[in-house]
Design a protein around this ligand. Structure first.
Ligand code: ADP
Length: 400
């Protein structure tokens, strides 16, 4: 069964065509600057080089039709006709409290997703445009919605409620939702599989450290807490997002600098995190590492502050679960950044675990990076959100 996985943003669309039987990625690509001049389609067939084509994409439907043309192109495509796409899996950012699992998309589901738009005004409407465009061009192909928030719906109220008047939860569903759920779910399950244990018997802390970053506490296979909140702004210090801060800072800075709430939120989402902390060096951990190595104190301080925050969350989640059996790093920084992993792990020796420098020198592979004999293993498990979306899509579509 071939599954087309779609991750549609407001001006971009990422996709992968996956043969779900062999788990091979047949082709993948990215459409950028949809609805803006200077559109670009990057397409890559398995085992081939990337092909970049400059092409204006006035609408998402145009972008999807270009994707379908590329996939079926006689010279460089990977399938003969659209009939070889058996299902489409869509990444949807916010499923609110309505969706604790992936679902087959129908009109009722679409209406329910629309009701969550308020909670993710930048993401959900864009995700839905992707669904509409695919339905227009492939009306008979079953489609599945896979939510970033769904895995976290098992959190108990004590983890998801904020210390604010309850009426805001009652009236507007203001609560912690958490994101990166597909990744936390996949990585927690792979951690248990890799260790040869039953996830039901395990307490796992997953650190998804990418541009966006979040930690989750997974007890018995169920998420019991996570660091992102109503929006992805809460929790860890990220590439450009601030993570946790005293909410009164908003009023303080906005008063001093004469900024609106909207402008303040742009600063907290786009100009903060390690980018802001490093005084503008970079949001990219490779650049920051290089700058720190060549003596840039601000970059060094940004990386230290980042690692300290991750370590504090790990400590909090050990307490939340009253123990931990494995700690796993994933995503761009978690999979590849040797020094970030070392810095974070230096705070964890109280758990009876120590990093093995040699093992930690590896990038992007599934492995245990703590020393043999450590009480708690520390692991690297590369995440694969697209594969997880494809698997969930197949599971639902084959049950129909
Ligand atoms: P996104 O949230 O955009 O999906 P990623 O998971 O791709 O982000 O993570 C991007 C981050 O991973 C960047 O800060 C990048 O510097 C870091 N990263 C990727 N590869 C490496 C590497 N080899 N060494 C250090 N950091 C890396």
């Amino acid at each position: 069964m071939n599954v087309l996985v779609i991750n549609c943003g407001s001006s971009s669309l990422k996709y992968q065509l996956i043969n779900a039987d062999t788990e091979e990625v047949l082709a993948k690509g990215l459409c950028e600057r949809i609805g803006i001049d200077g559109g670009m389609h990057t397409y890559q067939k398995k085992d081939s080089d990337k092909v970049k084509t400059q092409v204006d994409m006035p609408s998402h439907t145009k972008a999807v039709s270009l994707v379908l043309e590329a996939l079926t192109d006689p010279a460089n495509g990977v399938i003969k006709s659209l009939s070889e796409i058996d299902a489409v899996g869509h990444r949807i950012v916010h499923g609110g409290e309505k969706f604790a699992k992936s679902v087959i998309i129908d009109d009722e589901v679409l209406a329910a997703i629309k009701e969550c738009n308020d909670l993710a005004p930048l993401h959900n409407p864009a995700n839905l445009i992707g669904v509409d465009s695919c339905r227009e061009l492939m009306p008979n192909v079953p489609m599945v919605a896979v939510f970033d928030t769904a895995f976290h719906q098992t959190m108990p109220p004590k983890a998801y409620l904020y210390g604010i008047p309850y009426e805001y939860y009652r009236k507007y569903k203001v609560r912690r939702y958490g994101f990166h759920g597909t990744s936390h779910d996949y990585v927690a399950h792979r951690t248990a599989e890799f260790l040869g244990k039953d996830i039901k018997d395990m307490k796992i802390i997953v650190c998804h450290l990418g541009n966006g970053a979040s930690v989750s506490a997974v007890n018995g296979g169920k998420c019991v807490d996570t660091s992102m909140g109503l929006t992805p702004l809460e929790g860890l210090i990220m590439g450009t997002r601030s993570g946790d801060l005293d909410p009164a800072i908003l009023e303080f800075i906005s008063g001093k600098e004469n900024l609106s709430i909207g402008e303040m939120l742009t600063i907290l989402n786009k100009k903060s995190g390690v980018l802001g902390l490093s005084d503008g060096v970079s949001s990219d951990f490779r650049d920051l590492g290089e700058a720190a190595d060549s003596g840039n104190e601000q970059a060094k301080a940004a990386l230290e502050t980042y690692a300290y925050r991750v370590a504090k969350y790990i400590g909090a989640y050990v307490a939340a679960m009253n123990g931990v059996d494995a700690i796993t790093f994933t995503a761009g920084v978690g999979e590849n950044n040797i020094s970030a992993r070392a810095q974070i792990s230096s705070y964890l020796t109280y758990l009876g675990t120590e990093l093995d420098e040699k093992k930690n020198a590896v990038r992007g592979e599934e492995l245990i990076i703590s020393k043999d004999g450590s009480r708690i293993p520390i692991l690297v498990i590369p995440t694969d959100e697209e594969m997880s979306i494809a698997r969930q899509t197949v599971e639902l579509v084959s049950k129909r």
